[in-house]
Design a protein around this ligand. Structure first.
Ligand code: NAD
Ligand code: UDP
Length: 312
């Protein structure tokens, strides 16, 4: 029998794909979102499904629902959006986590937390594994997000230790794909849109900083494998694609794949922008039997097709 599953942040990029996958697997989904960075357009195709319900709600306020599992994804993920109102970002990470943990405790159900590679800050070695405690500036412009997510991990573990709550923490590395918001300033969506419009492609810094990009379908499979893993496995566990590329290489690849006339221009590197990001996914492989399958070029092809349709 299907479960009733709460997905906070369900109308965002990752959340909408997760809702879709859970519905396809025969579950009911309660999608909870305040539509700050998400959009009803992302879930429009799900609204006809009788198992799907949208609830407009800000998770910094308590929520009373009945369910069998919670995926807590609510939080703006792009630097432009999480820096727009840093105090609200922290409230979402911390008060939001307390509210969702309280709900999980009352119902005695498992809860998944969408944490992030940002907990590693600007890492002093590569690839990053889960035992690394990170190198994070506590008072910088990215801190509302990085420290908020770190505090949420602390809260999840305190509920686990004190109340025996079933927790599952995923440290998500950069993920891309269909339904990334056009205006959220993340690198893959920015470069594709700029290239499709033949506008200058904006590389920050000299473009030598690296990221490792995971396609959305692989990431969502990882979420579900983690939620369904044995009771004693709490994470945190890295989920991401270890295929590391420099930002300049991504700009060149996207210009070539779109057949664009765009030129690359260089802009200032934002403060505290991490120089390197590459996940060590040994734990995910061993504990979850999970590995990303979609090659970067293949995922980019699909994402480019999506943005062609969206921007017309
Ligand atoms: P997104 O911005 O597209 O989605 C976040 C969703 O949360 C949006 O629908 C937004 O409206 C909603 N939201 C924000 N604040 C809320 C609040 N107070 N109450 C209710 N809803 C709220 O971002 P995404 O890329 O889908 O990220 C989803 C989660 O995964 C986030 O928690 C993010 O930190 C994490 N994550 C994502 C990535 C990535 O590369 N996409 C990387 C690391 C971590
Ligand atoms: N970036 C860039 N040009 C852009 C947007 C981003 O060069 O138009 C860079 C950014 O400085 C960072 C990398 O791309 O080094 C990834 O940025 P994003 O905001 O996607 O994710 P995050 O920094 O959170 O990993």
């Amino acid at each position: 029998m299907g479960k009733r599953i709460i997905v906070t942040g369900g109308s965002g990029f990752l959340g909408s794909h997760l809702c879709e996958k859970l519905l396809d697997s025969g579950h009911e989904v309660l999608c909870v979102d305040n539509c700050f960075t998400g959009s009803k357009k992302n879930i429009h195709h799900l609204t006809e499904n009788p198992g799907f319900e949208f609830i407009r709600h800000d998770i910094t306020f308590p929520l009373y629902l009945e369910a069998d599992e919670i995926y807590n994804l609510a939080c703006p993920a792009s630097p432009v959006h999480y820096q727009h109102d840093p105090v609200q970002t922290l409230k979402t990470c911390v008060h939001g986590a307390i509210n969702m943990l309280g709900l999980a405790k009352r119902l005695n159900i498992k809860i998944f937390q969408a944490s992030t590679s940002e907990v590693y800050g600007n890492p002093s070695f590569s690839p990053q594994n889960e035992s690394y405690w990170g190198n994070v500036n506590p008072i910088g412009i990215r801190s509302c997000y990085d420290e908020g997510k770190r505090c949420a991990e602390t809260l999840f573990h305190d509920y686990y230790r004190k109340h025996g709550l079933g927790i599952k923490i995923a440290r998500i590395f950069n993920t891309y794909g269909e339904r990334m918001a056009q205006n959220d300033g993340r690198v893959v969506s920015n470069f594709i849109i700029q290239a499709l419009k033949n506008d200058p492609v904006t590389v920050y810094g000299d473009g030598s900083q690296t990221r490792s990009f995971c396609y959305v379908s692989d990431m969502i499979n990882g979420f579900i494998k983690l939620m369904d893993s044995g009771e004693s496995f709490t994470g945190p566990v890295n989920l991401g694609n270890p295929d590391e590329t420099s930002i300049l290489e991504i700009a060149q690849k996207i210009i070539q794949m779109t057949g664009s006339n765009s030129k690359i221009i260089f802009k200032d590197l934002p403060l505290d922008d991490p120089l390197q990001r590459k996940p060590d996914i040994t734990l995910a492989e061993n504990a979850l039997g999970w590995q990303p399958k979609v090659k970067f070029e293949k995922g980019l092809e699909k994402t480019i097709e999506y943005f062609k349709r969206v921007i017309g």
